[in-house]
Design a protein around this ligand. Structure first.
Ligand code: AHM
Ligand code: MG
Length: 346
């Protein structure tokens, strides 16, 4: 990784503003999200010492979110940190979170801005209690013209409409990865100074890879094109792909995507018999779209297996989708298996 030790996130954003790529409101928005991520990083880092592990709710009665999943204490804490940090700055018109049933307009006690913020406050939360990387994912949209108190419908914009997206991974290092539509850049938190420093400018994902990420325990539930694709990966050098593949699965999308941005690979959470009725496992607005924007800005590709992710017109705030993203030629290969399968059915 190239280091740019003297360029803090604040300076980077000021430079983006001077280059006409962002305005002051969007700069403030990213700064506020980054500050909230620092707070979440501290809470995550305390672990058992901070009493933040385990499930939210009362003993015997876990708190269940709109996704039908039991919330962890840190899911709730991270959501509150992001809500509180973003309410009063005047840069937002509304917020939506994976952990909340509906979107929230900014209260009338504060000025309203022109942006909408969507986030998964703590992604990969099954990993919290076992001290494995987790992260925050966020996406920024413009509030439609003339709307000051947005409702859910105002958030239903395709991924191509995103003006910024990023994630912060809380691992051995805390790293913020950001795009404002001009490349993908990584900032590492200097824990002593408390500031994010640019450590990788213009990340490029290798076009080819020998590494895939998927939860193999779902194999028997996948649809046929995914079965065929992974069977050919596993066949290695002797199979049709002509090379051996390695596999990694952290089960935190932030960590898996971070590896792909660092050294290439393909990440997939395909349709399977267990999640097909919901449309997939991962959420379009909080997970798939921001990650796809970051990956495309780094020269990679992102697809549902059938269409470009960023072109999907969302039908609901919590919509789920199948996901394939990472090294461009490998994503194209996976999409090819789906295309061939669909063509045989037609
Ligand atoms: P979460 O937002 O509830 O944490 O769920 C999303 C996570 C992703 O980070 C990860 O890729 C996936 O779920 C792991 O799923 P599985 O446990 O089925 O492997
Ligand atoms: Mg998530």
């Amino acid at each position: 990784m190239t280091t740019h030790a003297n360029i803090a996130l604040t300076r980077f954003l000021i430079e983006q503003q001077r280059a006409g790529r962002i305005n002051s409101e969007l700069r403030l928005l990213v700064e506020v999200v980054a500050r909230a991520c620092k707070q979440i990083s501290v809470a995550v880092g305390k672990g058992a010492l901070g009493g933040v592990l385990g499930e939210a709710g009362t003993p015997g009665q876990a708190s269940i979110n709109v996704q039908g999943e039991a919330q962890k204490k840190l899911d709730v804490i991270s959501n509150e940190i992001l809500l509180e940090a973003n309410a009063w700055g005047g840069h937002l018109a509304g917020l939506a979170s994976e952990e909340m049933d509906t979107s929230q307009p900014i209260p009338d006690t504060y000025p309203h801005g022109n942006y909408l913020l969507l986030f998964d406050p703590l992604d990969g939360s099954s990993n919290i209690d076992v001290n494995v990387s987790v992260g925050t994912i966020f996406s920024v949209l413009r509030c439609p013209e003339g709307v000051s108190s947005p409702t859910d419908a105002d958030f239903l914009q395709p991924g191509t409409a995103q003006v910024a997206a990023g994630y912060c991974v809380y691992g051995p290092q805390t790293t913020l990865v950001l795009t404002v539509g001009h490349g993908t850049h990584a900032f590492t938190l200097d824990r002593e100074v408390g500031s994010f420093l640019l450590t990788s400018r213009d990340i490029r994902i290798p076009e080819d890879t020998r590494e895939f990420a998927v939860n193999m325990s779902n194999q028997r539930f996948w649809e046929p094109p995914m079965q065929d694709y992974v069977a050919d990966l596993l066949a290695g050098k002797e199979g049709p792909r002509g090379k051996d593949f390695n596999m990694r699965w952290v089960a935190s999308m932030v960590a898996d995507v971070h590896r792909i941005l660092t050294r290439g690979g393909i990440f997939s959470y395909p349709l399977d018999g267990k999640c097909a009725a919901k449309g997939g496992k991962l959420r379009l607005m909080y997970e798939a779209n921001p990650m796809s924007f970051l990956v495309e800005q780094a020269g990679g590709a992102a697809s549902t297996g059938r269409v470009r992710m960023l072109a999907v017109q969302p039908a609901g705030l919590h919509q789920r989708v199948p996901v394939f993203l990472g090294s461009r030629r490998e994503v194209e290969a996976a999409v090819g298996y789906h295309r061939d399968f669909d063509a045989r059915l037609a």
